[in-house]
Design a protein around this ligand. Structure first.
Ligand code: NDP
Length: 503
């Protein structure tokens, strides 16, 4: 199947010149395509998608700029009504989208259902907020003078998203932006264009006006970067790797453009001597091998009290060996494939270097040949030192390093001893220990007695340190921060020139 971009409310197959005439934008590269394949069986092609470039981005931004002029003045509760409709359509189509997403990017069906559910949740959450987009009034220092503020939209927001949460992340970004009155041009990852095209179909059916939400598929450098650099794009909202994030931050800074970044992580689960070890094993399995380890919040370090290391490790190993690897569409699959060959090579590189160094491989450590898919065995290394690359770098695959500790302070140093700061969890029955951990851990997310993953739309999501050098947040009560600015408005009804205090 041949998929098109979604621009200005149309499935855009623009090699025609009509829009060039009306917008003055060249449509030169509108014909290039790329294949999207199923990572569980690479002989299955999902479809061909537009390999877009600057002309398509320019066209989409032009349309979004025009749409903004009217969309910003639609009352926020009316904008929210469309989002409520979108939520209902997502509920209706949840199973179909989830299955398509599993085929597109590999994670098991339970997880892709969760991905769509996150989009549904943020749709309801953001739509509800459409009636609560409040500013504030501030008492003036002068008589007969009124001072108030409002949250207002910027205009066109450029969004660049990764493939591991193909609908949830676009929805977390786009829904608040749209309710707040912005328009959007979104470039999804080249590995998951289908899921975002589905989101466009949902908006189309919900009756979103033309040009408010636009999807342009293509590669990062050729489609993403023109979006970042476009002068009419007021804000860039990006989720992806730290390397790309730094590049985007540099470009935005040069242009004086606002940006929001959600980048990589090196998350940990601490297991203390008084932890419920079975519960902790469940948390590590879910955190380390769910989504085949390809979550920004994935657990890739288990930091364990030496006194319970042996017992915990035996339990973890038994559970890991019982995991079934396969196609995420099959009911009995626990762990699906990695996203692509590059991901296999990256994971294999870390594992091979570790073996060459003599690191202790406890489980996995090899590719699995199955149906021409990108499968890799859940892998555990133990007795890893905190400065080992396995304990420092984001591997983004099913690889976990076990690191032991002797004292609470030593454990906190290990947890905080990476450049990332997204998520960390502790399993403990000691309430004092849990509060010390939550206070001292250098992350945006801290969990007690549950895995280091599990975002909810009511909570702010984001990190510190290299995960988000500007501490951007999404969802929760900060979901409008990236996509609105605060305007202060003053009315003087005294009928005379009143001078505010100047000395
Ligand atoms: P990438 O940074 O490679 O890609 C993310 C997006 O950026 C894709 O759409 C990609 O396009 C695009 N892109 C790549 N290069 C450029 C460029 N030069 N200019 C503009 N856009 C570009 O990350 P991954 O797709 O590999 O995603 C995984 C990463 O995302 C991990 O590091 C993970 O931790 C992080 N992540 C962070 C989250 C958070 O909330 N903190 C949540 C989820 C993931 P294309 O791929 O089409 O080339």
């Amino acid at each position: 199947m041949n998929y098109k971009n979604y621009i200005n409310g149309e499935w855009s197959d623009k090699d025609a010149w009509s829009e060039v005439i009306s917008t003055g934008v060249d449509s030169g590269s509108f014909k290039k395509m790329f294949d999207n394949v199923n990572p569980a069986n690479t002989t299955k092609v999902i479809g061909q998608f537009r390999d877009s470039g600057e002309p398509e981005i320019n066209y989409a931004v032009e349309c979004a700029t025009r749409a903004f002029k009217t969309w910003k003045n639609v009352p926020a509760p009316k904008r929210a009504d469309i989002l409520f409709k979108a939520a209902e359509i997502l509920v209706r189509d949840k199973e179909c989208i989830a299955k398509g997403m599993t085929v597109e990017m590999g994670k098991v069906l339970a997880e892709t259902r969760g991905d769509v559910q996150e989009a549904i949740d943020i749709a309801y959450y953001a739509a509800g907020a459409g009636r609560r987009l409040t500013g504030e009034t501030v008492p003036s220092e002068l008589e007969n003078k009124w001072s108030m503020s409002a949250k207002l939209p910027y205009g066109v927001i450029g969004m660049i998203t990764p493939w591991n949460f193909p609908i949830a992340i676009p929805a977390w970004k786009a829904f608040p932006a749209i309710v707040a009155g912005n328009t959007v041009v979104l470039k999804p990852a080249e590995d998951t264009p289908w899921s975002v095209i589905k989101l466009a179909e949902v908006f189309h059916e919900a009756g979103l006006p033309d040009g408010v939400f636009n999807v342009v598929t293509g590669y990062g450098p050729s489609a993403g970067m023109p979006l970042v650099k476009h002068p009419k794009v007021k804000v860039i909202s990006f989720t992806g790797s730290s390397a790309t994030g730094r590049l985007i931050a540099k470009e935005c800074s040069k242009l004086g453009k606002k940006y929001s970044l959600e980048l990589g992580g090196k998350n940990s689960i601490t297991v203390t001597e008084n932890a419920d070890l079975d519960l902790a094993v469940e948390g590590v399995i879910f955190g380390a091998f769910g989504t085949t380890g390809q979550r920004c919040t994935a657990c890739s370090r288990v930091i364990i009290d030496k006194k319970v290391k042996k017992e915990f490790t035996e339990k973890l190993l038994a559970k890991t060996e019982s995991l079934r690897i396969g196609d995420g569409l099959e009911d009995d699959t626990d762990v699906g494939p990695l996203i692509n060959k590059k991901a296999i090579d990256k994971v294999e590189g870390y594992v091979m270097r570790a073996i060459e160094r003599g690191d202790y491989l406890l489980a996995g450590g090899h590719e699995i040949e199955m149906n021409s898919g990108y499968f890799y065995a859940p892998t555990i290394f133990t007795d890893i030192k905190p400065d080992n690359e396995l304990a420092q770098e984001e591997i983004f695959g099913p690889v976990v390093a076990i690191i032991e500790y002797n004292t609470f302070d030593e454990m906190m140093d290990i947890v905080n001893g990476t450049k990332y700061g997204l998520s960390a969890a502790i399993y403990t029955k000691d309430i004092n220990e849990s509060f010390r951990f939550m206070r001292d851990v250098e992350t945006g997310l801290a969990y007690v007695n549950t895995s280091c993953i599990g975002a909810e739309v009511g909570q702010n999501f984001g990190g510190i340190k290299d995960t988000s050098p500007i501490s951007s947040r999404e969802a929760g009560n900060m979901m409008f921060d990236a996509v609105t600015y605060n305007k202060n408005m003053v009315v003087d009804f005294s009928g005379k020139l009143q001078k505010a205090q100047i000395e």
